[in-house]
Design a protein around this ligand. Structure first.
Ligand code: C2E
Ligand code: CA
Ligand code: CA
Length: 624
C-alpha cells in the first residue's frame, strides 16, 4: 500500500521525469543540458538545491560544479567538493562507488557533518546523489537536496536513478556530436590545405584563380600562373623515404615563398611534387623574372639524411588572359609549359604551337581506344585485411595498361585521360567483365573474398550501368557480397539525387558500396549518411603521415570514430609499415590496405599468392 504522501511524491517525480526527458531532447549543447536539468528538477520536482558536478582527476579529486539551481550562490562559492576517500561526502560516495547515495539525513548522517549547521539554518532535510555515466565511465554526479527529511523513498529514487542514467547518456551523445562537428571542421579545413606544408591545396588554388581572374578583368590587369615541378621527388621518396621527400617539399616551398611578394602572390601545393604560384598583375616579363629568381633560389642543394640532394625545379608559366581564363585550363597549360621546360631549360612560357603534351595526350587517347580491343589491359588486385584478426577481408581490382611502346602506363594517368576523352564507359565495362569473371574463378577455386571495382563519377550517370551489372550477376552466378564498388567522394557529389538512386539499385543487387579517398573532397557526413554505403576508405595521404603529422592523425582518428557512429566500416589505404598498422589497430580501424599488407599483383595469381601469405589463415584450402 502506498500512502497519500508517497503517491503525491511519485506523481511529482513522474512529472519531473517527463520534463527531464523533454530537456534531454531539446538541449543542443552540454552546458545547456546540465543547467536546464537542474532547473527542471527544482521547478518541477520541488527540490531545494540540485547541482551537477564533474569528477576531476586532479590530486584533490575535485568535484567541479558545472550547473546548479535553487541554491544560494554562496553555497557553491565557498564549498570545495571532493570525491577522495579522505573527505567523505554524499556526492563523492556516488562517484567513488558508482552507486546512488540515497536519502542521507542532514541531522544525523556523518557524511554530512561538515554542512550541518549551515544546511539546517537554510531548512535542508535530506540529500541524494546519483553517479553520472558517459561512455562507460563515471564522469560526475547529480546531487539533490530536499527540505523533507523523509524524501527519497524507493519509487522516487528509482525514477531519479533512471533520469541520471538518461542524463549521462545525453551528455555522452552531445559530446560525441561535438567531437564530430570538430572533426568535420578539421576535414573542411583540410579540404583546402595541404597538411604537410600548411599551404593552400589545389582546390583552394582553383578558387583563388577564379577570384583573381574576376579581379584582373575588372581592373584590366594580366595574371601569371607558375607551375613549379620538383625534380627527383619520386626517386628521393623511394630511396631516402617519405620523410625525406616531405622535408624536400617543405624546404622548397619555403624558398619559393621567399621569392614571392607576401600578401600579393599566392603559393599553393597542387600536387605531390608540384607547387603553383599565382602572380597578381603580372605580365610575361615579370613572370619570367620571378621564374628565374625561383630557379636561382633552388640552386642550393637540400640536405637530406646527411646527403646533399639536388633540389632542382622546372617551371611552366601560363598567363591570363592570353592562355585562358578558367582555373583548370590555366593550371593545365602551366603544366604543359613545365613539361616543355624540362626538355629545354629551367622555365618556359606556355605556347599553343609547341603543345607536345597535347599531341602526346591525343596519341595516348587513340592508343587507349585500341587498347581496349587489343587486349593490352589487364587486371591486378591488391589485398585488404581485417585488422582485428590480421586475415584477408577482400581485394581491390586495379587496372593496368601495357602500352606496346611506353610500357606500363599508370591508371593514375590513363583513367583521367579516359574520363576527359569520354572513354571511361568502355573501360569500366571491360573492368567489370574481367572482375566478375575472375571472382567466379576464385569461387570455383574455393577462394571466397570480396573483390572491389573502382567506378568513376561518369559511370554513376551511365544509364546502362545497372543493367550491365545485373547481366553480369546473372551470367556469373554472383552472390550477394561477392562484389564491391569503390566510389570517390567527388563522384558522389555530382548530382546527388541520381547518385542516391543508382547506388540504391546497385545495393539492391547485392553489391557492397564504399566511399574511396575519403577526406580529399569535402563531402558532408550528413550527405554520406543518406547513401547506402557500408565502408569508408580513408585516403592514403592521411594514413601515410599519421605517425608524423598530428593533423593527419586527427583526421584518421575522427574518421574511424565517425564511421563507427554511422555503423560503417573504416578502411585505411596506403598502410606501408607495421607501426602504422599497429596505430590503426589501436584506433579500432577495421581494415587495412597498402604495401605492408601486399602490393598489387595480377588478379589471376592472387589466390595462390594469398594462400601462401602471412595473412592467409582464413583462406580455405583448395578443393581441386
Ligand atoms: P585508388 O583507388 O586510390 O587505388 C589505390 C592506389 O594506391 C593504387 O594505385 C595502388 O597501387 C596504390 N597503393 C596501394 N597501396 C599503396 C601504398 O601502401 N603506398 C602507396 N604509395 N601507394 C599504394 P594505382 O593502381 O596506380 O591506381 C591509381 C588510381 O587509378 C586508383 O586509385 C583509382 O582511382 C584509379 N583506378 C585504378 N583502376 C581503376 C579502374 O578499374 N577503374 C577506375 N575508374 N579507376 C581506376
Ligand atoms: Ca579505390
Ligand atoms: Ca583510394
Amino acid at each position: 500500500m502506498i500512502d497519500g504522501d508517497a503517491l503525491a511524491r511519485v506523481n511529482r517525480v513522474l512529472r519531473t521525469l517527463r520534463a527531464g526527458h523533454r530537456t534531454l531532447l531539446r538541449a543542443a549543447a552540454e552546458a545547456e543540458l546540465v543547467q536546464a536539468m537542474c532547473r527542471v528538477l527544482v521547478d518541477e520536482g520541488g527540490y531545494r538545491i540540485v547541482w551537477i558536478g564533474y569528477a576531476d582527476h586532479d590530486r584533490e579529486r575535485t568535484i567541479r560544479p558545472v550547473a546548479h539551481a535553487g541554491s544560494h550562490a554562496s553555497f557553491f562559492a565557498d564549498a570545495h567538493f571532493s570525491w577522495s576517500d579522505d573527505r567523505p561526502s554524499v556526492s563523492g560516495e556516488a562517484i567513488r562507488t558508482g552507486k546512488p547515495s540515497i536519502g542521507r539525513q542532514l541531522q544525523s548522517d556523518p557524511l554530512l557533518a561538515r554542512w550541518r549547521t549551515d544546511a539546517l539554518r537554510r531548512g535542508y532535510g535530506s540529500v541524494s546523489a546519483f553517479p553520472l555515466r558517459a561512455g562507460g565511465e563515471i564522469i560526475g554526479c547529480l546531487t539533490l537536496v530536499a527540505a523533507d527529511e523523509a524524501a527519497f523513498d524507493e519509487p522516487e529514487t528509482a525514477l531519479l536513478a533512471e533520469l541520471a542514467d538518461d542524463l549521462g547518456y545525453g551528455i555522452a551523445h552531445l559530446r560525441m556530436l561535438a567531437r564530430h562537428a570538430e572533426a568535420e571542421r578539421t576535414i573542411e579545413r583540410m579540404a583546402y590545405h595541404d597538411p604537410l606544408t600548411g599551404l593552400p591545396n589545389r582546390a583552394a588554388m582553383r578558387e583563388r584563380i577564379t577570384t583573381a581572374v574576376a579581379d584582373a578583368r575588372e581592373h584590366g590587369h594580366a595574371l601569371a600562373l607558375l607551375s613549379i615541378h620538383i625534380g627527383h621527388f619520386d626517386e628521393i621518396g623511394d630511396t631516402l623515404g617519405h620523410a625525406a621527400g616531405d622535408r624536400l617539399i617543405t624546404d622548397i616551398a619555403e624558398r619559393v615563398a621567399a621569392v614571392a611578394r607576401s600578401g600579393q602572390d599566392a603559393l599553393a601545393r597542387i600536387g605531390e611534387d608540384e607547387l603553383a604560384l599565382l602572380l597578381h598583375d603580372a605580365d610575361s616579363h615579370r613572370a619570367c623574372d620571378v621564374a628565374a629568381r625561383i630557379v636561382d633560389a633552388l640552386y642550393r642543394p637540400v640536405e637530406l639524411a646527411g646527403m646533399q640532394v639536388d633540389a632542382r625545379g622546372v617551371i611552366g608559366i601560363a598567363l591570363f588572359p592570353g592562355h585562358g581564363d578558367e582555373p583548370d585550363e590555366l593550371m593545365r597549360r602551366a603544366k604543359v609549359a613545365m613539361y616543355r621546360a624540362s626538355a629545354h631549360g629551367h622555365f618556359a612560357l606556355y605556347s599553343g604551337l609547341h603543345d607536345d603534351e597535347r599531341r602526346r595526350r591525343l596519341g595516348l587517347i587513340g592508343d587507349l581506344r585500341r587498347a581496349i580491343d587489343a587486349d593490352e589491359l589487364t587486371l591486378y588486385c591488391q589485398p585488404k585485411v581485417a585488422i582485428d584478426t590480421s586475415r584477408f577481408c577482400g581485394a581491390e581490382a586495379l587496372m593496368r595498361w601495357k602500352h606496346p611502346e611506353q610500357g606500363m602506363v599508370s591508371p593514375a594517368v590513363f583513367v583521367e585521360l579516359a574520363e576527359s576523352a569520354g572513354l571511361i564507359t568502355p573501360l569500366t565495362h571491360w573492368v567489370l567483365e574481367a572482375a566478375f569473371r575472375e571472382r567466379h574463378r576464385w569461387h570455383a577455386a574455393s577462394f571466397d573474398q570480396p573483390l572491389a571495382v573502382n567506378l568513376s563519377a561518369r559511370d554513376l550517370h551511365d544509364p546502362r550501368l545497372v543493367d550491365r551489372v545485373r547481366d553480369l550477376i546473372a551470367t556469373w552466378g554472383t552472390q550477394d557480397g561477392w562484389m564491391e564498388f569503390e566510389l570517390t567522394e567527388s563522384a558522389l557529389m555530382v548530382d546527388p539525387e541520381t547518385v542516391i538512386e543508382t547506388l540504391g539499385r546497385l545495393r539492391d543487387l547485392g553489391i557492397e558500396l564504399m566511399v574511396d579517398d575519403y577526406g580529399t573532397g569535402y563531402s558532408s557526413l550528413r550527405y554520406l549518411q543518406q547513401l547506402p554505403v557500408s565502408s569508408i576508405k580513408i585516403d592514403q595521404s592521411f594514413v601515410r603521415r599519421m605517425l608524423d603529422d598530428p593533423e593527419s592523425a586527427a583526421i584518421v582518428r575522427s574518421t574511424v570514430e565517425l564511421c563507427h557512429a554511422l555503423h560503417m566500416r573504416a578502411i585505411a589505404e596506403g598502410v606501408e609499415n607495421e607501426p602504422v598498422f599497429d596505430a590503426l589497430s589501436a584506433l579500432g580501424c577495421d581494415a587495412a590496405q597498402g604495401y605492408y599488407v601486399g602490393k598489387p599483383l595480377p588478379v589471376t595469381d592472387f589466390p595462390e599468392w594469398a594462400r601462401a601469405s602471412r595473412w592467409a589463415s582464413v583462406v580455405q584450402t583448395s578443393v581441386t
